[in-house]
Design a protein around this ligand. Structure first.
Ligand code: FHN
Length: 410
């Protein structure tokens, strides 16, 4: 392993072990309650949209509510939009007066967010949209050299402020590198060198047109990872920015746990979004679904956090549940409880001890060839939070499962 690989592994260690974070999309658009792309999708004229900068009056320190919920949900870091495509800066910037300190909010919302993260012991992530629909050069830069110079200088200056004025920043989450088509046009290598000089331990995602530290599959949790660190980012209700949604559009607690299991088994992370309302409140539906996730993780976090081993032996799970693994300990997340007896086929590796993870209650079992039968189980799933009971299997060697049809035909 060379120095760069050792450095990457060191910087990523806390992040890999953290497993799950909260994404927060918040900006002027929250006032319109139709998502973060409303300006573009409804072709709202810029002079009309800009009025939102002066009508936006968030309540005091809403980020504490987000951070408290993230903590309760078992999330270990947060990533908040410092500037989304609309171009409004949530921090006190010298680069434009289209910012929260100079306009409606009348204060530095990024600073409030950072303080809340630290108060609740959460790592700090900054989302930054390279695409900017407000800056006069934000679109012209693609066809005019002087415009590109001005816009790239603006972009680098914004990143310099964000990486200089808020203490330690743990994650930089770039988004949508449009309209400039290459990292050379963005001068991304120079920009990220500057970021790393200011924040030597920071980890950077792959959306400044350079691979950097981790991949960002979106809207799906790829069990097949990218051969390196990856983090699946997902909405919780069909919109990143605030938009009221019917209950059935919200990810359930079970949905979140299934996503978390897939990410963990695939060696990845999960970044789950909330879109606070204009005043900064967390939608009640998010709280109702995320607090139970945290309660479940309090009892079963051993199967998620820490140095997990890949357990995505095939893309989908068994008919009764799915695996995660940590060295010689395998965790079977049973989400379709079969009753007192659970049989698992094509299991390879000698099980030495079986127990219910949440309580430590031993479970009887017998193993014949590649068949593991767990017996004397409770009649119904012991987990009352989401019907996800995890069975812990301590093995002599690393357990694995190879499913292949035709085995009975031999
Ligand atoms: O256009 C954005 C979208 O609004 C949201 O911020 C997501 C989050 O990953 N990124 C872009 C779509 O990929």
């Amino acid at each position: 392993m060379n120095k760069a690989e050792r450095d990457l592994r060191r910087r990523m260690k806390w992040w890999r072990r953290a497993r799950v974070g909260m994404f927060v999309h918040w900006g002027l658009y929250a006032q319109l309650e139709r998502g973060e792309w409303v300006m573009e999708k409804e072709r709202i004229p810029l002079d009309e949209y800009e009025k939102l900068a002066d009508t936006w009056k968030p309540k005091p320190r809403p980020a504490r509510q987000w951070a408290r919920l993230a903590k309760k949900a078992g999330m270990k870091y947060m990533v908040m939009t410092t500037k989304h495509h609309e171009g409004f800066c949530l921090w006190d910037t010298e680069q434009t007066d289209y910012n929260a300190a100079a306009r409606g909010p009348g204060r530095d919302l990024v600073r409030e967010y950072v303080e809340a993260c630290r108060e609740f012991g959460l790592r700090v992530g900054f989302y930054y949209s390279l695409m900017d629909w407000h800056h006069p050069d934000g679109w012209r830069c693609a066809r005019d050299a002087n415009s590109r110079r001005r816009f790239v200088d603006f972009t680098h200056a914004c990143l310099r402020e964000l990486c200089s004025n808020y203490g330690k920043v743990d994650i930089l989450w770039y988004d949508i590198a449009a309209p400039l088509a290459t990292p050379e046009l963005w001068e991304s290598a120079k920009m990220n060198r500057m970021v790393r000089r200011l924040q030597p331990e920071i980890i950077i995602n792959n959306r400044s047109e350079l691979p950097e530290d981790f991949g960002t599959p979106e809207g799906h949790v790829t069990a097949a990872a990218e051969g390196r660190a990856w983090e699946a980012c997902l909405m919780s209700n069909g919109s990143w920015g605030y938009q009221p949604a019917p209950p059935e559009d919200w990810c359930s607690t079970r949905d979140v746990l299934i996503m978390l299991r897939t990410a963990t088994a695939g060696g990845g992370n999960l970044l789950l979004n909330i879109g606070p309302t204009a005043d900064g409140s967390v939608p009640q539906e998010a709280t109702e679904r995320l607090v139970p996730v945290g309660n479940w993780l309090k009892r079963n976090g051993e199967a998620v956090y820490g140095d997990m081993t890949r357990a995505d032996w095939w893309t989908n799970a068994m008919h009764t549940g799915g695996w995660t693994q940590k060295g010689r300990t395998a965790y079977f997340w049973c989400w379709r409880w079969p009753g007192r007896r659970l049989a698992l086929g094509a299991v390879h590796g000698t099980v030495e001890r079986a127990s219910l993870l949440a309580t430590g209650r031993p479970v009887e079992f017998e193993q014949t060839r590649d068949r593991l039968v767990l017996k004397g189980l409770p009649r119904t799933s012991p987990d009352k939070t989401a019907g996800f009971t995890v069975i812990k299997l301590e093995c002599k060697s690393r357990l694995w499962q190879r499913r292949g049809i035709g085995w009975t035909l031999k």
